[in-house]
Design a protein around this ligand. Structure first.
Ligand code: XMP
Length: 512
């Protein structure tokens, strides 16, 4: 499938555009702005999109584009910074007008246009720019304008070049997604064939061809990525896959049972369920420093996994491959586009040399939302597919201070109550994460006739796109009230509830 290449002038913008192209059922790849025309030609893309970015075309050095790319005959759409760059490189004018636009802006369509075909005369778009294109290059028609941007869109259909100052990838641009789909399907002529079913078919074929008759190993964490990766490999090679689930005692309520039920009973995969709770609690006894806790858990996890891997490989006929749930954002962030960045606590890169596996990473081209859709298509239960992200060290980073079985039991029960009420309120999928934190202090309360001296629970709920930044969620007060009542009533050892109203930055999402 020919990709739509998204040229990266600012990572957040590029990823969002790449996801929007995927939503239009076309395959997209992100490439660095330093890419040359020869490399673009070699990849033979169906179209190119130049992303927005935080810079001004006047900065030196401002990121640029090899101008020979404009002459390859490949349809190009420039967005925001990408539009200004196109204008400037092809002989138009970009000026510091001093009147930028930020946020919702009314855009007026001008004359005939290929890109904005079917748009009403006026609609709402999302703007975020200081400089503005003041004159389109020769051969270009201006197709939209706003109050402060005389060239809000321009196009030269004969050369296949299009540009918008506004951000079509942002939901606030009314017709944005429609415009991206129109560009991909009708301007670039890409058929909408990138679907969960086609992703599964392609991966299943590739895994079968690579694995042959060999055995494969996969560590399940309870999270959606490892579960979907394992389900894909199962569909490809069935019982040649063995899954390992190390129960650290720090998982969410019902997580272990859910995994066992899904992989053993539903998929019929051999599952090694390591009940390592006691060893984890023993290793964590007396430790309260957050980094020390993380390190202990990460290292012990690898040791436990290694023990199973050694047993399975003892006769020399053990697994040759190891499944990793690496996603596309990990691949992009690792820079080269090739390096396998292995996530912290599943860092089986920490395994000793003599236990070297070849990696299978069936999700490395996918974004999280695609992983979820593939998971659904593969028949994974909703609870796994839609589970909110969970840190590798588990509940240990939500029990402030020393991690004991008793304190973990409190936070686990509290977490289940929070999840349950958030789900009932229909908010679970909307929130990036919502959970309970147990601080290392106790407070005085009164219950019935007696005085209590027990733990408070902190409710933490955030919205986010990628966990890099997050906003505290404005939960409805009646939901907060129900959670608070249930926490005090149902979770023994809790007598008070607080709500965390810190965004990230300055806070982090987790408390440790
Ligand atoms: P913070 O707390 O840094 O977390 O805002 C950002 C996101 O990462 C998750 N997180 C972790 N995930 N190992 C992980 O695999 C870790 O040690 C870890 N610490 C935090 C956190 O849940 C949030 O989604």
């Amino acid at each position: 499938m020919k990709p739509v290449l998204v040229v990266d002038f600012g990572a957040q913008y590029a990823q969002l555009i790449a996801r929007r192209v995927r939503e239009a059922h076309a395959y997209s790849e992100i490439v660095p702005a330093t890419i040359g025309a020869a490399e673009v030609a070699r990849r033979s893309p169906a179209a190119i999109i130049l992303s927005g970015g935080p810079r001004s075309v006047y900065e030196t050095p401002a990121p640029s584009l090899d101008p020979a790319i404009y002459d390859l005959g490949i349809p190009i759409l420039g967005i925001c910074y990408g539009a200004q760059l196109m204008a400037r490189q092809l002989g138009g004018e970009v000026a510091r007008t001093g009147a930028g636009e930020y946020g919702r802006t009314e855009v007026t369509r001008v004359g005939d246009t290929v890109l904005l075909e079917g748009w009403p005369d006026a609609s709402t778009c999302w703007m975020s720019h200081g400089d503005a294109i003041t004159r389109a290059p020769e051969g270009f028609a201006v197709t939209a304008a706003t109050r402060e941007a005389p060239v809000a869109a321009m196009e030269n259909p004969a050369r296949g070049l299009y540009a918008t100052q506004f951000h079509p990838e942002v939901a606030h641009t009314e017709r944005g997604q429609e415009m991206i789909a129109h560009f991909v399907h009708h301007v670039a002529g890409v058929a909408p064939t990138w679907t969960s079913a086609s992703i599964i078919d392609e991966q299943v074929g590739a895994i079968r061809a690579r694995v042959g008759e060999d055995a494969v190993l996969c560590a399940l964490s309870g999270g959606v990525d490892s579960a979907v990766a394992a389900a894909l490999v199962t569909k490809a090679v069935g019982r040649q896959l063995t899954c390992v689930f190390v129960d650290t005692g720090l998982m969410r309520e019902g997580e272990g049972e859910q995994i066992e039920a899904t992989f053993t009973r539903q998929f019929g995969v051999p599952l090694v369920h390591v009940r390592a709770q006691d060893r984890f609690f023993a290793a964590l006894a007396g430790v309260s420093d957050p980094e020390a806790k993380r390190k202990i858990i990460g290292e012990l996890f690898i040791r436990e996994f290694e023990t199973v891997a050694r047993e399975l490989t003892a006769d020399g006929h053990g697994p040759r491959f190891l499944v990793q749930g690496t996603l596309y954002p990990d691949v992009i962030e690792s820079g080269s586009g090739h390096a396998a960045t292995i996530k912290s606590h599943h860092n089986v890169g920490g395994l000793p040399e003599d236990l070297s596996f070849e990696l299978i990473e069936p999700l490395r081209a996918l974004f999280k939302d695609e992983v979820r859709r593939v998971g659904e298509e593969l028949g994974l239960p909703e609870e796994i597919v839609w589970r909110q992200p969970f840190p590798g060290p588990g509940l240990a980073v939500r029990v402030i201070g020393e991690v004991t079985p008793e304190r973990v039991a409190i936070v686990r029960r509290a977490d289940a109550v929070v999840s349950d009420e958030i789900t009932r309120a229909g908010l679970y999928r909307e929130l990036w994460q919502s959970f309970a934190v147990l601080p290392a202090l106790r407070t005085v309360g009164v219950m019935g006739d007696g005085r209590t001296y027990a733990y408070p629970i902190i409710i933490r709920a955030v919205t986010s796109d990628d966990a890099m930044t997050a906003d505290w969620a404005r939960l409805p007060y009646d939901v907060v009230e129900r959670i608070a009542n249930r926490l005090v009533r149902e979770v023994e050892g809790v007598n008070r509830v607080a709500l965390d109203v810190t965004s990230k930055p300055p806070g982090t999402i987790e408390w440790e």
